[in-house]
Ligand binder design. Structure first.
Ligand SMILES: Nc1ncnc2c1ncn2[C@@H]1O[C@H](COP(=O)(O)OP(=O)(O)OP(=O)(O)O)[C@@H](O)[C@H]1O
Length: 685
C-alpha cells in the first residue's frame, strides 16, 4: 500500500513532537479532511444508489443491487459525535515493519479513502491495525510510535504517544483509556474500538472457524468482546457471513436494546439479535407451570426421550407393496422394503427428510421395474405420480408416518415414556388435562424448548455462520441444544460468568455447556481486567463469591475511584428518593434496582417526589433514572446504582445470592445499598 507524501513518516517523524499544538492542529486538519472524504464516499454511494434502478437489467438484480447500495450508504454514515479515527501508527524502519516501514496510518471505525483511493483512515479491523492493539514495548511489531487520541464529542482534544521503539508503554495507565473507562454512561452501550485491550483483542480477532468460551467477572468486557468479534468476522468474511448470517443471543429485551447500537455504530447493520425465547417461539406461551416441572423439561434427558419417542414411530414393513400402473402392477418384496428402512435409518437424517428419502428409494425401485418392462425411462410426471400413489403413501404412513413437533411433544406429555426419566419425573411432566386438539394446547415456556428440539429432530434448522451467546451461564441443556442446531455449520462465541448464573439450570462447568452446544473442544478463556466496577464495590460484591459455589478466576478492577455506601434505614422509599436526588447531582445514569415486586412502589415514590423514571428497555429515554427489577438487570450498567433491600432480592428466588451478585456489580462509579432488613449473611461476614 502506498500513501500520499504528507502521510508518509519521514525519519524525523519518530522524533519527539516539537510543538504539541502544531501536532494537534495537523491531526485536526486530517480529521476534517477525512470527514470530508467520507462525505464524498457517501455521496458517490448515494448517487449510485439512486441510479441503481436504471443500471440493473431485471428487477431481481435491481433489488439486490439496491439492497447492497443501501447497505453501503448506511455503512458510510458519519456520526459527528463519534471520532472517525482514534489512533495512529507510525511504523519504524526495522525489518519487522516489512512493507509498512516508514509509513503512518490513522486507525478508525471504517476505511476512508481520498478521491484517488489512497487511505486516509484504516478500518480498525484491517490486518495493519492489529498492531494498534497488540504492539508492546517488548514486541513492538514494527511500530515506532503509537498515538491515541482523546475526543470530546466529535472534537479532537488531545493525544498520547507511546514510543515503543524506546521501550515506552503506557498499558492500562493510559490517561485516554482511563478517561474512556470513567466517562459517565448515558443511553445505550457504546463500542470500545478505541481502547480494546490486548487480552480482549486476542478474542476479537480469533478465526471464524474457532469457537471460544469467555469466562469473565462482571464488567471485564465480555459483551463488548462478543460484539466486536462479530464486527471483525463480518469484515473479514463479509460475503460468507452475509449469506449465512450472524446471530447475537442475549438474555432479555432490555439487554438487547441496551446493546443494539454497538454494531450499527461500527457500520454493521445486518446482525440478528434475539433472546433464546425469540429463537424458539414457534407457538405462543399460554400457560405457566411449576419451576420443578420446567427444570425437568430443560434437562438434556428430554432430548433422549423425544428422540426415542420419534424413533418408535418408525415401523418394520410387514407385507410387500403392490403398485398398479395402467396395465402393469409393480411389486416390491417385504425384505427389500425392510432393507430400505434399515439403510435410511443408518443415514441419521432428520425424520421428515428421511421419510422423503424412503419415498424416493421406493419410487426408484418402481422406476427400474418400469424401465425393464417398458424399455424406456419414465418422465418426471410419472415419478411424481408414483411418489403419490396410494400404496406408496399408505406404506410410508404405516412405517414412517408424517409427524409434527406439536404431535410428538403432545404424545410424551400425555404419556411420558418410561426408561429415561424417573417415575416421579414422568408424573410431574404429565399433562393433567388433555387439550382437545393440538391447536388448542396451552404450551408453557419450557414446552417451547421441547417443541424446538422436536422440530430439530424432524427438520434441520438453518445454521448461522457465527453465533455470539451472551450471559451463557444461564443456558439450560435444552436451550444450548437449540443454539447448537442454529450453529451446526458455524462457530460460537460463548460469553458468561458462572458466578452470575441465576437460572435454576445455570451452568457450573463450561465444558458441559460446550458439549450441549456441539463445540466440546472450544477453549475456555478468562478475561481478567474489570472496566466497570470500582475496586471498592468489587471487594464488597466478592464477599458473596464463597457462597456462590463456583470456581471462577479473580479479576482486577481498573477503577480505583469508586464510592460505596451501605445504609440501614427506616423508610426505604424516603431513603431511595434521597439517594436518587444525590445521584442526580452527578453526571451519568442512575439505576435503582430492587426485587421485582418492589419496583412499582419505588417508581411511584419517585414520581411522588417529582422524579420521573424510565424502564430498562427504554434506553433512548430522556430520563436519567431507570428503575429496574433485579431479574432483568443482567448485563446492564449505570453510573450510580441504588440497591434497595438486598434481603428481598435474595429471598425472591432460589439462586437469590447469585442474583444479588449480579445486582451489586452494575455500578460504574457509585453504589448505594439501602436496607431495613439485615443484609444477607455472606455480605456481613
Ligand atoms: N477495552 C475497554 N475499553 C473501554 N471500556 C471498556 C473496555 N472493555 C470493556 N469496557 C466497558 O466496560 C463496561 C463493561 O463491559 P461489558 O458490559 O462488555 O462487560 P461484561 O463482562 O459483559 O459484564 P457483565 O458480566 O456484567 O455482563 C462497558 O461499559 C464497556 O464499554
Amino acid at each position: 500500500m502506498t500513501l500520499p507524501a504528507d502521510h508518509v513518516v519521514n525519519t524525523d517523524a519518530t522524533e519527539p513532537a516539537t510543538d504539541l499544538e502544531t501536532d494537534l492542529g495537523a491531526e485536526r486538519t486530517h480529521l476534517t479532511a477525512s470527514r470530508a472524504a467520507l462525505g464524498r464516499m457517501r455521496e458517490r454511494a448515494e448517487s449510485l444508489f439512486s441510479a441503481g434502478g436504471n443500471v440493473a437489467g431485471d428487477s431481481y438484480t435491481a433489488e439486490t443491487l439496491g439492497r447492497t447500495l443501501a447497505r453501503r450508504v448506511a455503512e458510510l454514515a458519519d456520526d459527528p459525535d463519534t471520532p472517525l479515527f482514534f489512533g495512529r501508527l507510525d511504523f519504524g524502519r526495522s525489518a519487522e515493519a516489512e512493507d509498512h516501514a516508514g509509513h503512518r496510518y490513522h486507525v478508525g471505525r471504517r476505511h476512508v479513502t481520498d478521491d484517488v483511493g489512497e487511505p486516509m483512515v484504516l478500518d480498525w479491523r484491517a490486518p495493519v491495525s492489529r498492531a494498534f492493539y497488540r504492539a508492546s514495548a517488548r514486541d513492538p511489531q514494527g511500530i515506532a510510535v503509537r498515538r491515541r487520541f482523546g475526543f470530546n464529542g466529535g472534537l479532537l482534544t488531545s493525544f498520547e504517544d507511546e514510543h515503543l521503539d524506546r521501550g515506552e508503554e503506557l498499558g492500562t495507565a493510559s490517561r485516554i483509556l482511563t478517561a474512556e473507562i470513567e466517562r459517565p454512561r448515558v443511553g445505550p452501550m457504546r463500542d470500545i474500538v478505541a481502547t480494546i485491550q490486548p487480552e480482549q483483542d486476542e478474542l476479537v480477532r480469533a478465526d471464524l472457524e474457532t469457537s471460544i468460551c469467555v469466562q469473565g467477572a462482571p464488567g471485564t468486557g465480555k459483551t463488548a468482546v462478543g460484539l466486536h468479534r462479530a464486527a471483525f468476522l463480518l469484515y473479514l468474511h463479509r460475503e460468507r457471513l452475509r449469506r449465512s448470517g450472524v446471530l447475537v443471543v442475549g438474555p432479555n429485551r432490555a439487554f438487547l436494546s441496551y446493546i443494539s447500537a454497538v454494531l450499527p455504530a461500527l457500520g454493521e447493520i445486518e446482525v440478528e439479535q434475539a433472546t433464546v425465547d425469540d429463537l424458539i417461539a414457534r407457538a405462543p406461551v399460554r400457560a405457566q407451570e411449576d419451576p420443578a416441572v420446567a427444570v425437568i423439561k430443560h434437562d438434556a434427558r428430554m432430548a433422549t426421550v423425544l428422540a426415542a419417542a420419534l424413533n418408535a414411530h418408525i415401523g418394520a414393513p410387514e407385507e410387500p407393496m403392490t403398485v398398479p400402473d395402467g396395465s402393469y402392477r409393480w411389486r416390491i418384496g417385504v425384505e427389500v422394503l425392510r432393507r430400505i428402512i434399515d439403510d435410511v435409518r443408518q443415514e441419521h437424517l432428520p425424520y421428515a427428510t428421511a421419510r422423503e428419502r424412503v419415498r424416493a428409494r421406493v419410487v426408484s425401485l418402481l422406476q427400474r421395474q418400469s424401465e425393464a418392462r417398458r424399455g424406456d425411462s419414465p418422465g418426471d410426471a410419472w415419478l411424481r405420480r408414483m411418489g403419490k400413489a396410494k400404496p406408496v403413501t399408505e406404506f410410508l404412513d404405516s412405517v414412517w408416518p408424517a409427524l409434527t413437533p406439536e404431535a410428538l411433544v403432545a404424545e410424551i406429555l400425555t404419556e411420558p415414556p418410561a426408561g429415561v426419566l424417573t417415575d416421579d419425573e414422568r408424573e410431574l411432566i404429565r399433562w393433567s388435562t388433555q387439550p382437545r386438539s393440538l391447536k388448542s394446547a396451552k404450551w408453557t415456556a419450557a414446552d417451547l424448548v421441547l417443541l424446538d428440539e422436536a422440530a430439530g429432530l424432524i427438520e434441520r434448522a438453518a445454521s448461522f455462520g457465527h453465533v455470539v451467546v451472551d450471559e451463557a451461564q444461564d443456558l439450560s441443556a435444552m436451550q444450548a441444544r437449540a443454539i447448537a442446531r442454529r450453529s451446526e455449520h458455524g462457530s460460537i462465541t460463548l460469553l458468561g460468568d458462572l458466578a452470575q448464573g441465576t437460572a435454576p439450570w445455570a451452568a457450573v462447568d463450561w465444558r458441559e455447556t460446550l458439549r450441549h452446544l456441539g463445540k466440546p473442544d472450544a477453549a475456555v478463556v478468562p478475561l481478567t481486567i474489570g472496566f466497570r466496577v470500582p475496586a471498592a464495590v468489587v471487594a464488597f460484591a466478592n464477599r458473596l463469591l464463597p457462597a456462590l459455589a463456583v470456581d471462577v478466576p479473580p479479576a482486577r478492577s481498573l477503577r480505583n475511584d469508586g464510592w460505596l455506601t451501605i445504609d440501614e434505614v427506616t423508610d426505604l422509599d424516603a431513603a431511595t428518593v434521597a439517594q436518587v436526588r444525590a445521584a442526580l447531582a452527578h453526571d451519568g445514569s442512575v439505576g435503582v434496582i430492587a426485587a421485582d415486586t418492589a419496583v412499582e412502589s419505588i417508581r411511584a415514590a419517585l414520581a411522588a417526589a417529582g422524579i420521573q423514571s424510565a424502564t430498562a428497555d427504554d434506553v433512548e429515554s430522556a430520563e436519567r433514572v431507570t428503575v429496574v427489577p433485579a431479574s432483568v438487570v443482567k448485563g446492564l450498567e449505570y453510573d450510580h446504582v441504588v440497591v434497595v433491600e438486598p434481603a428481598a432480592i435474595v429471598a425472591a428466588e432460589p439462586r437469590g445470592l447469585h442474583r444479588l451478585y449480579v445486582v451489586l456489580t452494575r455500578a460504574v462509579s457509585r453504589l448505594a445499598v439501602l436496607h431495613t432488613l439485615p443484609l444477607p449473611a455472606p455480605l456481613t461476614s
